[in-house]
Write a protein that binds this ligand. Structure first.
Ligand code: PGU
Length: 428
């Protein structure tokens, strides 16, 4: 006992330092990092932090775009559980190649470019596994900076807040293009077309492939055709961020329509894919970056450069999520289970849109809430002001981003009445 406590006091005893040396050490530390200010809270992930810190039993998190089941719990898909059973104990955890899992990439390209795409057969697509959608966008931004150092990126107003950080850190200058029309709560198509026409020829545009975040407003098929035509005239390069394939319509094939229209028109495109939402693999960080090239030789060169960018950052991407994705998409039975489960998630969200709107109407709200059911995907861009959102948080413990975006994926049968009542209180 005595020996133990002696040993413990040895461990906790501080080494004696001369006061002058201590002061000098502190001064040096403060001169090294003394200028480092705390970073501002992230507008989306900061909301989750605040939610977690709130002890209220009534609290509701409709901030982050992460799917919850009708009990408000995170969902692991059955197809994912089955894939994990097949992985466990059967597969090794060796490094993947720098460009990631070849199988996962093959399956991802089929999802984005079409099962029988000639472009895949002709090996015209340079593609690498990426650290989910964020990593795919960032790899592309770094590639853009390295090989087209004078180019800029056009980003819609509004957009997912992290797009600005991604291209900022890659040191690619950003330009805004018109997207949303606040009065009609719909697409500002005329404004969008004008900005496309007025951008210098050969500009880079970042487009949300489907289920635009945060507005939930997508162009119609006809409008996509016009956009694609105008891109052709102007020789612009479309970069599609496809973080919600399957979440717009419930069908991943239908949600790839915008991309397919551009492909039919013969564009070269870039595409960021994520399995965070549509396979519920959020924290596994699995996605794919692809760049359609002129021919196979160019694709080989581009892929080798993408790998070169990845190598000093993280060397090679994580293996587990890539195994899950490739097992599911490679097996017809598991794939059809996945498609059923994606549709299930999308349908539950659509149901919650109707429920939220009906609850607001029942409470006698004189405002129009049509947009809740008109918008698609994970989010409702409610039109609430930052001050109204602050009241929701402070008075009702409802957590959401200050731009008025409600993650419909966090709305459940149990909390929809409470949410509607609170929204009515702060908007009446
Ligand atoms: N692109 C868009 C348009 C997104 O909305 C998101 C995620 C991503 C890419 C990146 O997703 P990965 O997880 O990297 O695949 N947006 C969510 C999730 C939280 C966040 O901000 O990362 C959101 O709530 O907007």
């Amino acid at each position: 006992m005595a020996a133990l406590s002696r040993a413990a006091s040895c461990l906790t005893r501080r080494p004696q330092m001369q006061p002058s040396r201590l002061q000098a050490a502190r001064a040096m530390a403060s001169s090294l990092f003394g200028h480092v200010e705390p970073a501002p809270k992230d507008p989306i992930l900061g909301v989750t932090e605040a939610y977690l810190a709130d002890p209220s039993p009534d609290k509701v998190n409709v901030g982050v775009g992460a799917y919850r089941d009708d009990n408000g719990k995170p969902l692991v898909l059955d197809c994912v559980r089955e894939a994990e059973r097949r992985i466990a104990g059967n597969l090794n955890m060796e490094y993947l190649p720098m460009g990631g899992s070849v199988k996962m990439i093959e399956e991802s390209l089929k999802l984005a470019y079409g099962e029988d795409s000639e472009l895949i057969k002709d090996k015209r697509i340079a593609a690498v596994q990426a650290l989910s959608g964020t990593g795919a966008c960032r790899l592309f931004a770094d590639f853009q900076k390295r090989f087209l150092p004078d180019s800029q990126i056009y980003i819609p107003t509004p957009t997912w807040s992290n797009h600005h950080n991604i291209w900022r850190d890659a040191q690619v200058p950003q330009k805004a293009y018109t997207y949303y029309h606040p009065e009609s709560r719909g697409l500002d198509f005329a404004g969008l077309m004008n900005d496309i026409k007025n951008a210098p020829d050969g500009s880079f545009f970042m487009l949300h492939a489907c289920a635009h975040n945060p507005t939930g407003v997508d162009p119609t098929e006809e409008q996509w055709r016009e956009i694609s035509h105008q891109f052709k005239v102007k020789k612009h390069f479309p970069f599609f961020d496809m973080a919600y394939q399957g979440f717009a319509s419930g069908d991943p094939e239908r949600d790839a329509k915008a991309i397919r229209i551009f492909l039919e028109d013969g564009h070269q495109i870039g595409c960021a894919q994520s399995y965070a939402k549509n396979m519920g693999l959020y924290g596994q960080r699995v996605g794919c970056l692809s760049i359609l090239c002129e021919d196979e030789m160019q694709a080989v060169a581009v892929k080798s450069q993408l790998q070169q960018i990845a190598r000093p950052m993280y060397s090679n991407p994580p293996v587990h999520g890539a195994l899950v994705v490739s097992i599911i998409l490679n097996d017809p039975e598991l794939k059809s289970l996945w498609l059923k489960e994606v549709k299930g998630m999308a349908d539950r969200i659509i149901g919650m849109r109707t429920a939220l709107k009906e609850n607001l109407e029942k409470l006698g709200s004189s405002l129009s809430w049509e947009h809740i059911t008109n918008q698609i995907g994970m989010f409702c861009y409610s039109g609430m002001t930052p001050e109204q959102v602050d009241r929701l948080t402070n008075e009702f413990h409802i957590y959401m981003t200050r731009n008025g975006r409600i993650s419909m994926a966090g709305v459940t049968t149990r909390n929809v009445g409470y949410l509607a009542n609170a929204i009515h209180e702060v908007t009446k």
